[in-house]
Design a protein around this ligand. Structure first.
Ligand code: PRP
Ligand code: MG
Length: 208
């Protein structure tokens, strides 16, 4: 049996991924509460590595990990050269433009200041609408920006809507839906196809 390596993104997705792999009998070695970064499952010949979301794609693209579990938001932001082979169905949320008012408040001839942790997704979205923007890249707590006058609007993930609500912000436009995806290195997909196929089948059974 080929051994495989799977990169799991730290945070909310990692937590759910750990539960899913445990459910299909392949996740006994994963302990996301420890400080370890590699979890070895000798019996099933799986090495899990536990890394930051954007780095999941880097590890998979370079072939250090055959597979990765990461949010679609990260895949879109990174514009990477990996196969997206399965929608895991958890980590569901959406991208939205949000601001202090719930209506379309910006105009084409005025430069719109947008705070976001996702500059590429944001640029692409507003380019399509031919809206001139200035991107203010933040690393978190993006909802603060319009409250303190750093930006006019934000582009960010919305899951329950609680963060927007707690900060008096509204969705102006919904952009697209997001969920956790299984990604695969292009070469691994060819050379470890059977193992990968088998894993995806197990994940599919879990969904039904
Ligand atoms: C994420 C995201 C939103 C929030 C959405 O932030 O950036 O702010 O969760 O979830 P909700 O709609 O259920 O409130 P996160 O908590 O990861 O913190 P950060 O942005 O500061 O990294
Ligand atoms: Mg946030």
């Amino acid at each position: 049996m080929d051994s495989i390596s799977i990169a799991i993104s730290k945070g909310r997705i990692g937590k759910e991924a750990s539960t899913v792999f445990k459910k299909i009998g392949l996740g006994d070695s994963i302990d996301i509460n420890s400080r370890k970064l590699i979890f070895k499952d000798e019996k099933n010949k799986i090495n899990y590595i536990y890394v930051k979301p954007l780095d999941v794609v880097t590890y998979v693209q370079n072939g250090v990990a055959d597979l990765g579990v990461v949010g679609k938001d990260i895949i879109l932001e990174k514009d990477s050269d990996v196969y997206e082979i399965y929608d895991l169905g958890f980590g569901k949320c959406k991208f939205a433009v949000a601001g202090k008012k719930n209506k379309h408040t910006y105009s084409k001839d005025k430069l719109l200041k947008v705070a976001t942790s996702y500059p590429n997704i944001t640029k692409k979205y507003f380019d399509k609408k031919q809206q001139k923007i200035k991107i203010i890249k933040l690393n978190g707590s993006v909802e603060l920006a319009p409250l303190v006058g750093l930006s006019d609007v934000i582009v960010d993930l919305v899951e329950t809507g609680n963060t927007l609500k707690a900060n008096g912000l509204y969705i102006i436009e919904e952009m697209f839906d997001i969920s956790a995806r299984l990604i695969c290195n292009r070469i691994s997909y060819r050379f470890k196809y059977d193992r990968i196929f088998n894993l995806v089948e197990k994940l599919k059974e879990l969904k039904h």
